[in-house]
Ligand binder design. Structure first.
Ligand code: HEC
Length: 488
């Protein structure tokens, strides 16, 4: 039991060997990090043992503080004498788990901040355990131990952090709160709900895709096809990614569900190897599958309005939410005919950016945000001939600048305008005085400053201005017309 006293050279050897292994591990993680590409299948095979191996060092590490405390309190020196061995086992176990974790991440197509944090957390746990062990040797098992105690607490905290990140990787970012009872949720002011869309904040809830389809992918697919893992190099966390497809090409064929790999995968028998979601995850319900079918057969649009959907598939009507307004179908058809050629021209130059607001309307909605930086001042000009028809427009995250202001100003029927995460500034707002129907405006994360406040106040219909992360300080004096309308 007194290994530490009798055999100092064994200690030196162990210290040196683990130090060398840390260096090798560091080089591995720095020069061959998980890069979202699936590497050799053998790596994946070995890596799959990571979840199994990872709990042993955790258990052993948690015993260390327990033995230290009980060993002193209960006068049980044999507990104190085994701590040295426990720490050595924990260090070895943590190293093995870290190497297997690297195999899994590198082989399994993982990438992104979650996996990075989990990975470095794991390596730090091994290093922290090693440092604890060295410190304990230095101070002697009964010596003054304040620094050692602090290091132990730090190590246990690190274990918890790393475990939490690991849980997020395999069960989704909100796995701890997803099934939290409502009462507790309210008490702790945790937002979100198990039914709601989790990460689809960027998707407009006014579109069929944003309100109906993206939440299904969020709930069933993004743990494997999302920011942290891209199985088959496929991501399903944004519209652009869904349409981009996998390493084998597109998985959606607009208008043709049966010809779409994604639809094929979700309609296989659940025991088929290729069935999605894989690994016995909760399958989509049959009505979810029908929604996806309806969405693909109606053209897999990004702009189709949420209430536009009595979409017909195989002679069967799938109803999401249909607005039965009193409408004059002939009038709508006439109105549409007047600009149909221009619309189809624009649609062929910028596919999936503009569409009708609903089946029963000749108004247009526009969503360019999914194109990101590929949409800018030169592209917006293409839309100019349709300006007067557009009632909702989303340019969030695109490359438009103040040079686009005249095109925006010409969209006189706009009720909703999103300019979040763009380079626009007060100069754009100055030109928007003509938008007298605008109800909702987002300038979140833009260069807009307090001098735009009086300009917002001119817009009589405006109900909400989303102005977080702008140059408008939260304590700015707000014109009375904007009271309660400014959201930070
Ligand atoms: C537990 C992890 C996991 C979940 C959850 C999951 N997938 Fe997959 N998916 C995989 C893996 C692994 C592959 C690659 C192996 C294969 O092709 O079967 C894959 C491949 C695919 C492919 C084939 C891509 C190609 O062209 O090769 C599609 C399409 C797909 N998944 C769609 C989905 C959809 C839709 C969902 C949600 C309903 C989903 N997946 C949920 C793990 C998962």
């Amino acid at each position: 039991m007194t290994w530490s006293v009798r055999n100092p050279s064994a200690h030196d050897g162990f210290a040196a060997a683990s130090f060398l292994i840390f260096l090798v591990l560091l080089a591995l993680l720095l020069f061959a990090p998980p890069d979202g590409i699936e590497h050799a299948p053998l790596l994946q095979f070995v890596g799959r043992f990571h979840p199994l191996s990872v709990h042993f060092p955790i258990a052993v590490l948690l015993l260390v503080p327990l033995f230290e405390i009980l060993g002193r309190k209960r006068d049980s020196p044999f507990l104190l004498a085994s701590v040295d061995l426990l720490l050595c086992v924990a260090i070895c176990g943590a190293i093995v788990a870290a190497v297997l974790g690297w195999c899994l991440a590198r082989g399994g197509g993982y990438s992104g901040p979650l996996v990075q944090q989990h990975m470095w957390g794991g390596v730090l746990v091994a290093v922290a355990a090693w440092l604890c062990w060295l410190q304990r040797l230095r101070a002697g098992s009964l010596g003054p131990a304040r620094l050692y105690a602090i290091m132990l607490v730090g190590t246990v905290t690190l274990v918890s952090f790393t475990g939490y990140r690991g849980g997020q990787l395999s069960h989704g970012a909100n796995h701890l709160t997803q099934f939290m009872p409502q009462q507790l949720r309210r008490l702790l002011e945790v937002s979100g709900s198990r039914h709601g869309a989790m990460n689809s904040a960027d998707e407009s809830l006014a579109t069929f895709y944003g309100a109906r389809i993206q939440p299904l992918f969020e709930g069933h697919c993004v743990t494997c096809h999302g920011p942290a893992k891209h199985k088959a190099n496929l991501r399903l966390d944004t519209y652009a990614a869904v349409m981009r497809g996998s390493k084998h090409g597109p998985v959606i064929k607009a208008g043709d569900p049966k010809g779409s790999e994604l639809f094929h995968r979700i309609t296989l028998p659940p025991d088929d190897d290729d069935f999605m979601p894989a690994a016995n995850r909760r399958p989509l319900s049959s009505s979810d599958v029908k929604l996806i079918e309806a969405w693909i057969s109606s053209g897999a649009s990004h702009t189709l309005a949420v209430d536009a959907t009595a979409v017909v598939t195989a002679g069967q009507t799938i109803v999401a939410e249909v607005n039965f307004q009193e409408i004059d179908a002939n009038a709508v058809a006439k109105e549409r005919a007047a600009f149909a050629p221009i619309l189809s021209q624009v649609q062929s130059r910028l596919p999936n950016v503009v569409g009708y607001q609903s089946r029963t309307s000749a108004d247009l909605v526009l969503s360019a945000s999914w194109l990101g930086a590929k949409f800018g001042d030169n592209e917006i000009v293409v839309l100019a001939p349709l300006s007067e028809r557009i009632v909702a427009a989303d340019f969030s995250g695109t490359a438009i600048t103040d040079r686009s202001a005249p095109v925006l100003a010409a969209m006189k029927k706009l009720r909703q305008l999103r300019l979040a995460h763009t380079a626009i500034s007060d100069a754009t707002i100055l030109e928007l005085g003509s938008l007298d129907r605008l109800e909702s405006l987002s300038v979140f994360d833009t260069g807009v400053s307090a001098s735009s406040l009086s300009l917002f106040a001119r817009l009589s219909k405006l109900q909400h201005v989303y102005a977080g992360q702008t140059r408008i300080a939260a304590n700015t004096v707000i014109p009375p017309q904007l009271n309660g309308k400014l959201v930070f």
